[in-house]
Design a protein around this ligand. Sequence first.
Ligand SMILES: *Cc1c(COP(=O)(O)O)cnc(C)c1O
Length: 384
Amino acid sequence: MSAPSPGCWAIDLACSRSGVAAPLDTPQFLSPAGAPWLVRYALDPARGRELRARLGSRPWSLWRYRELLPVADFAARVDLGEGGTPLVEWREEARGVSLLLKVEAGNPTGSFKDRGLSLAVNRARELGAPGVELASAGNAALALAAYAAAAGLRCRVALPADTPATVGERCAAYGAEVITSPGTLVDARLRLAQEPRGDWDLSTLREPYRVEGKKTMGLELVEQLGWRYPEWIVYPTGGGTGIVGMHKAFGELERLGLVSGERPRFVAVQMEGCAPIVRAFDAGLSEAPAWESPETRVWGLRVPKALGDFLILNALRQTSGLALAVSEEEVAEVQALAARRRGLLIGPEGAAALAATLRLVERGVIGPGERVVVFQTGHPANYR
Ligand SMILES: *Cc1c(COP(=O)(O)O)cnc(C)c1O
């Protein structure tokens, strides 16, 4: 019942640190090495041709890549229409470059967190979870609450007390129990641990399936570009599941023979008030020590310590990528520019990514003719 469906090409789980394997049909959280598990697939170019031939008749949601998504019962899945988001052009005529914004705000709860939590909640239900929970800066809580409601699972979310009130109200509207806690995400997680009830923790990278949902961003953008890589991907980085997931997706597409050539250079963007990945990247470290007192109003990026730090840093270095921090003022300026000049209301995390991109264009690091995909990860109304 809980093994992947026959149409899916998944074979097992592998520890991202030691490579040790585990079966797909049992619940797994962190590996014995304390690292995230990643799903492995059996892939070859013949399967790539098969997949490509089938895509033409499939709707534009993340489920079009079902062979690469390990659910047991595809027909019975919870599906709120996640994924299938557009690339919207942003021209910088003066600089001769054209950026592509991957606009994730149209997802069911207004952010790309829906992709990961769709897969994680579907798998939690299939594997027999009594309920689900996580601590979140906002958007993950909204996504979890919505998918848990649709899956008929009990749901509890813990939010830092200064999270905008609308987040907790919307989670409650989905029927979730909402706990608030002083301090950061780390303190909010402790609150859940203080009152354990045996529900599954679906926090970033603590279970293997959120990455699988997030990787569909990489599958989509390569397909949308005509099975070619862009030169750059600029990503507002908190827990980093998107970078880890897209890097994984590119490996899978290469083994399927669906894309080739240089992988895109990843740019991880963080806030000056909470930039553990940028600091570790600049210092040449392979892991990122926790940021002491995170201070930023860009909630999705207020992540002082990422469990997958070594995977993010690895993806940046393997792709000759970069890591950059931007200021609160730059974010506000770019949000105003996008709204007034381009008719786009963008969220603060996406604005951080765009601000970093414009800086790289200004400095000539990104040049004319290069394709750049800039992630716009969530709708600003989620924080109002
Ligand atoms: C969670 C979140 C991020 C950070 O995403 P990661 O994949 O965890 O790095 C960025 N933007 C928004 C809107 C988010 O909700």
